[in-house]
Design a protein around this ligand. Structure first.
Ligand code: GAL
Length: 642
């Protein structure tokens, strides 16, 4: 694989600023060492202030100013912010929440993916933009919409959504003509239970406002449908852009958004990008302990950014950016502290160490008006430098001198599957249990051992080169994946909940995990109170979730009662519970050592990541650390040639 260049950029809103300062802004961006400028993604009301009244001259001008200064433009489609007239024209285009309340105008993302009138308006404006700028020499990439799913906007319980869901179900359970086979659906979902049988697809509602929980098969189908609606909306935009432009297309994903399948969206795009707000995410997305949150309040969680870097590298087929990087305090988290000096530089280098092609800071200048008044930029509202500008400039100087990145395969792989997250969300079986939480715990354990990790989709068929593959929590597991894991040379760890459900949320028989070559059967499962973990004889605990397993595979670990906790046959292992950090480190560490991998015992703030040619060390702590022969000063980045 060829090497990668690294570059920096920023997010800019020319429509927020007087025309007189655009040239100066552009010149200052270039002087700061920035290459990219992303614009346009919320500008619909200025591009089409009234239906059909297109006003592109200002955008022509802005692109020319930025491009002539030497910047490359990423042009966003403005569909995340339909102007008021679009809503007046289509009053029922708003999404409806699970309580049945229609969401309102006055912020953003106020649309339902299933509303065909809105979809047509979106297609129209995207088409106009693509046609006008498809061959513009300064437009070097496109972004579709903005942060699908942000503000809880994937699932909509609207009439449009219900009708589209019924159509989706007809296609999923096909019958004569276009009618679908309602008996097939009743059987697949087990609707005989509680007399939930339907006579017709038109009777099927959305799984909200039921007296007690809806049928999990119904709830899962609705999540899969809602994800497909996001994929279809994005694909519509991509197809339109590709008719007019050869430039690469991306979408900016968020941290810990799991309610649509990013791999499916990513399949239509040229590269992935994501919006990294390490301090914004810390309080309510990471799931870390209060002590950890306090310790890293000004640094961000040391594993959360890296997890998403690795995830989105996979979603982008190896190509990905951080298209929005937090540069200072944000406005939207429960608490909004400023980063410690040096953190903006550290976050940027960490993205590059994980293979990012570009890191763009959000935003160029802090806006003195509207919702994000308290959100820092690279410039203050009075245009003076904000603290992050100097750090961005420092990174720009450093990357100019640094060698290009040589991508390399990590020794360890972790499989991540959004459909598994849907199934866990529908049926967590215990309070606070989530698929994201489980996989992130596994990831954190691997990182604390000093390992670089590749995150892979569940469709992966070739695991060559990996020494250890972790496939936790994949509620539905294809036979293709089971076979690929069994055939690989890597030590593979499945469980808990691997292969626990079929496509319609039914418990399969033979009972899970049902893998030939691994004589293990999960006989029953239980979830655990937070204050009642089950200890393992060799150290650490099962927390939250545990399974009772039987079979002829070798018992490697037992719990406090002597029941099997980890069983093995050949290269396949089954882990019968959710291990705490100590147990996960011990079990994965032993497997790595057996596989000949060198492991470390890293403090919580120290992490490393290998590219094909370099090792990067990151110290998120305010104290220095010595690891082997390496001394890491507080808040630091260190590069070693491998
Ligand atoms: C992102 C979003 C941006 C901006 C930013 C503020 O989620 O894409 O438009 O709102 O957050 O931190």
């Amino acid at each position: 694989m060829s090497t990668l260049k690294r570059s920096l950029g920023t997010c800019y809103y020319p429509e927020h600023w007087p025309r007189e300062i655009w040239e100066d802004d552009a010149a200052r961006m270039v002087a700061a060492g920035l290459t990219w400028v992303r614009i346009g993604e919320f500008a619909w009301s200025r591009l089409e202030p009234r239906a059909g009244d297109y006003q592109f001259e200002w955008l022509d001008d802005a692109i020319a100013v930025l491009g002539n200064a030497g910047l490359k433009v990423v042009l966003g489609t403005p569909t995340a912010t339909p102007p008021r007239w679009v809503l007046d024209k289509h009053p029922d285009m708003l999404a409806v929440d699970a309580q049945g309340n229609q969401r309102g105008f006055g912020s953003r993302r106020h649309y339902c993916f299933s509303h065909s009138g809105f979809r047509d308006e979106a297609a129209q404006i995207v088409g106009k933009l693509a046609k006008r700028y498809g061959n513009n020499p300064h437009v070097a990439a496109w972004q579709t919409d903005n942060e699908y799913s942000c503000h809880d906007t994937t699932l909509s319980y609207s009439d449009a959504s219900r009708e589209a869901f019924q159509g989706w179900l007809r296609a999923r359970y096909p019958g004569q003509g276009n009618n679908g086979d309602i008996d097939a659906l009743n059987t697949a979902w087990g609707n005989v239970f509680w007399a939930m049988d339907y006579d017709d697809f038109g009777q099927i509602g959305l799984p909200n406002l039921t007296v007690t929980e809806p049928n999990p098969a119904h709830a899962l189908a609705f999540r899969q449908f809602s994800s497909d609606q996001v994929v279809a909306f994005n694909r519509m935009q991509v197809d339109i852009i590709r008719d007019h432009s050869d430039m690469p297309i991306t979408h900016n994903y968020m941290g810990r958004t799991t309610d649509f399948d990013h791999f499916a969206v990513g399949a239509d795009l040229d590269f992935a990008s994501w919006d990294s707000y390490p301090l914004g995410f810390l309080e309510d997305r990471v799931g870390a302990s209060p002590e950890q949150q306090k310790k890293y309040a000004r640094q961000g969680d040391p594993d959360f950014q890296a997890f998403h870097h690795d995830l989105y590298r996979a979603v982008g087929h190896g190509r990905w950016w951080v298209i929005e990087q937090q540069p200072g305090p944000v406005n939207w988290a429960p608490y909004n502290p400023a980063p410690l000096p040096g953190m903006v530089r550290l976050w940027t280098w960490e993205a590059f160490a994980h293979g990012a092609e570009a890191v763009c800071y959000f935003r160029w200048r802090q806006a003195p008006f509207a919702q994000e008044q308290l959100h820092a930029g690279l410039l203050r509202p009075d245009s003076a430098d904000a603290p992050a500008l100097a750090e961005a400039r420092q990174v720009a100087d450093e990357i100019a001198d640094a060698p290009d990145v040589a991508p390399g395969q990590a020794p360890v792989a972790l499989i991540f599957d959004y459909r598994a997250d849907f199934a866990w969300t529908v049926q967590p079986h215990g309070e606070g249990l989530s698929y994201f939480g489980l996989t992130f715990d596994f990831y954190r354990a691997l990182r604390s051992l000093g390992l670089s990790v590749d995150i892979l989709p569940a469709e992966t068929t070739d695991f060559s080169g990996y020494k250890l593959v972790l496939a936790p929590g994949l509620m539905e597991m294809s036979s293709g994946l089971k076979n690929a894991l069994a055939a690989s040379d890597a030590a593979c760890v499945l469980g808990p909940r691997s292969g626990a459900r079929g496509p319609d949320m039914l418990i399969p028989v033979p009972l899970p995990p049902a893998i030939s070559g691994l004589d293990v059967t999960v006989s029953f499962v239980e979830s655990l109170r937070p204050d009642s973990p089950i200890s393992l004889q060799n150290g650490g605990n099962f927390i939250g979730y545990r399974e009772h397993i039987e079979g002829n595979a070798e018992v490697i670990e037992q719990d406090e009662n002597g029941a099997p906790a980890l069983m093995r046959e050949g290269n396949l292992h089954y882990l019968a519970g959710w291990p705490d950090h100590a147990a996960a480190r011990r079990i994965f560490g032993a497997l790595c050592t057996q596989a000949g991998l060198k492991i470390h015992d890293l403090p919580s703030g120290v992490r490393c990541r290998d590219t094909g040619s370099e090792r990067f060390w990151f110290n998120y702590d305010t104290t220095s650390h010595k690891i082997g022969g390496v001394t890491l000063p507080p808040i630091s980045v260190l590069r070693e040639t491998l």
